[in-house]
Design a protein around this ligand. Structure first.
Ligand code: MG
Length: 165
């Protein structure tokens, strides 16, 4: 069994789409960044990579590389998931906290959890999502994500992983 933890933050910028958890939310600002700025998928990606002690998202997909400009963060998540599977693990569950002043996440919570579960090959009840406002943090123009993941040994490890035994 392995545990992984991921953190990310992005600044809101006007005039760009707001992507959180692989879906686009209606809002007048989006999250800036070299990729599509999906703060939740970035934190999940780092949690998955951290759980298997792999290089982090910034090392695998350097912001300095023009290849990742405007990239769909689903690409990063899929690479992390592939590495998890190659290491002989399967994702058991994910829990996350989002901290942002706006928009309200509640109305979109099911859609985000459903999309994240789909991306990870999990049931919806294996993806937790809590949204908090940044009370007392003076972070009105940023979105923050904290994520933990639990991995368990895969019942059908891939060849690479079975060699380790
Ligand atoms: Mg990020």
């Amino acid at each position: 069994m392995r545990i992984g933890y991921g953190f990310d933050s992005h600044e809101f910028r006007p005039g760009i789409p707001l992507k959180i958890g692989g879906i686009t939310l209606p809002h007048d600002k989006g999250l800036g960044g070299h990729s599509d700025g999906d703060v939740l998928l970035h934190a999940i990606t780092d949690a998955l990579l951290g759980a298997i002690a792999a290089p982090d998202i910034g090392a695998l997909f350097p912001p300095s590389d023009p290849k990742w400009k405007g990239a769909d963060s689903v690409i990063f998540l899929r690479e992390a998931l592939k590495r998890v599977r190659e290491a002989g693990y399967a994702v058991a569950n994910v829990d996350s906290s989002l901290i942002l002043a706006a928009p309200k996440i509640g109305p979109h919570s099911v859609a985000i959890r459903t999309r994240v579960a789909e991306l990870l090959g999990l049931h919806g009840d294996c993806v937790g999502l809590k949204a908090k406002t940044p009370e007392g943090l003076n972070l009105e123009n940023a979105a923050i994500a904290h994520v933990v993941v639990l991995l368990e040994k895969s019942s059908r490890p891939k060849k690479k992983a079975s060699k380790k035994k």
